[in-house]
Design a protein around this ligand. Structure first.
Ligand SMILES: *Cc1c(COP(=O)(O)O)cnc(C)c1O
Length: 353
């Protein structure tokens, strides 16, 4: 006798975490913040450690109120989750099931295909353009009567490209009102183009848009697991039904609130990450690698057949990256020291080549 296995799960790949780094190496494989948590955030968490025998506020009312005030939306439209990856799952489960389709670009965030399959729905992956950007026309053409949701990852992980505000508006306007457009803005804080903040504006103007934000990347809270969505009312209601109860801890909620209150300090850190990202791009380009201009906190190198070579070269120089065999290498922006290390590793190659 064998234990049951839900039909369909054989098609679900296990999520691959970015490589962990050996002691002393630069971990540029998971798009994390290179900075330690802000002192105010550490203090807020420490103050609450004495009450972790209690369940958290399941509705995260205080955090949702803060976010609702910031974006001037009804708190009922704000939902929270254990990272925005949980919110992506909530959104999919809220709108799609057996026989339904969910569209996304490919390559994009690795979790999308698995999350769609786990919901019993069918993933529809639309290839990126030759410039590694979303092919919005092809995504529109992929819509069928079974389509329930479309994810637009903006900026895109792992390529760092963005869809401009006007193009995104045209796209959203062309998508039928009974299909939910999810704009995943996990990296929006690093975007210095006109698509910065486009998701919320589209949410305000269109009835079928949801926006995903996370505290994991720019806010540096990846280890605490908290993100939020702003969604149409009926979608938000259904998200609450499919969410795992008590998924966001009290510590995560207070850390998120403390981070929102420390935006100025965070802005300086974000500027530094952006500066190092651009430096990283230029270093790679100067060394002859096909780096793609990025608006996120990482740089995509479309290395193709030389992917393993670049990954190994950087690993030998103490830099851990995320390689997608045969496609490319994604290198997160790090501290000045981290990018100095990349520079040294690339130069070493120039000498031996
Ligand atoms: C990192 C990431 C997320 C979510 O991360 P969480 O830690 O779960 O908040 C969501 N979308 C994309 C595209 C990401 O790269």
């Amino acid at each position: 006798m064998t234990l049951p296995s839900r039909p369909g799960l054989e098609a679900v790949p296990a999520y691959r975490q970015g490589r962990s780094a050996p002691e002393g190496a630069s971990k540029l494989s998971s798009n994390e913040s290179p900075h330690p948590p802000l002192p105010a955030v550490v203090r807020a968490v420490q103050e609450r450690l004495g009450t972790i025998n209690r369940y958290p506020d399941m509705s995260a009312a205080a955090l949702r109120d803060d976010l609702a005030a910031r974006y001037d939306v009804d708190p009922a439209l704000v939902t929270v989750g254990a990272g925005s990856v949980e919110l992506a799952a909530q959104l999919i489960h809220a709108v799609a099931g057996e026989g339904d389709e969910v569209i996304f670009a490919w390559r994009s965030f690795e979790a999308y295909p698995s999350l769609v399959r786990i919901a019993g729905a069918t993933p529809v992956a639309v290839p990126l353009t030759a410039e590694h950007a979303h092919d919005l026309d092809a995504m529109l053409a992929a819509i069928t009567p079974r389509t329930r949701a479309i994810f637009v990852c903006n900026p895109n992980n792992p390529t760092g490209t963005v869809v401009g505000a006007a193009d995104l508006e045209r796209f959203v306007a062309a998508v039928p009102r009974d299909v939910l457009v999810v704009i995943d803005e996990a990296y929006v804080h690093f975007d210095r183009t006109d698509s910065f903040g486009a998701g919320i504006e589209l949410f305000r103007r269109h009835p079928h848009v949801a926006v995903l934000h996370t505290f994991s990347k720019a806010y540096g809270l990846a280890g605490l697991r908290v993100g939020y969505a702003i969604s149409p009312r009926e979608v938000a209601e259904n998200q609450r039904k499919v969410a795992v109860p008590f998924g966001v801890t009290d510590l995560a909620q207070v850390a998120a609130r403390a981070s929102l209150a420390a935006e100025e300090e965070l802005a300086a850190r974000i500027d530094e990450v952006v500066a190092q990202r651009d430096r990283l791009h230029d270093l790679l380009t100067d060394a002859g690698w096909p780096a793609v201009p990025s608006q996120a906190n990482f740089v995509w190198v479309a290395a193709g057949e030389r992917t393993e070579e670049l990954e190994a070269l950087l690993r030998d120089g103490g830099v851990i990256t995320r390689a997608f065999p045969g496609e490319g290498v994604r290198i997160s922006s790090g501290s000045v020291d981290d990018i100095d290390r990349v520079a040294a590793a690339l130069v070493r190659e120039a000498v031996t080549a």
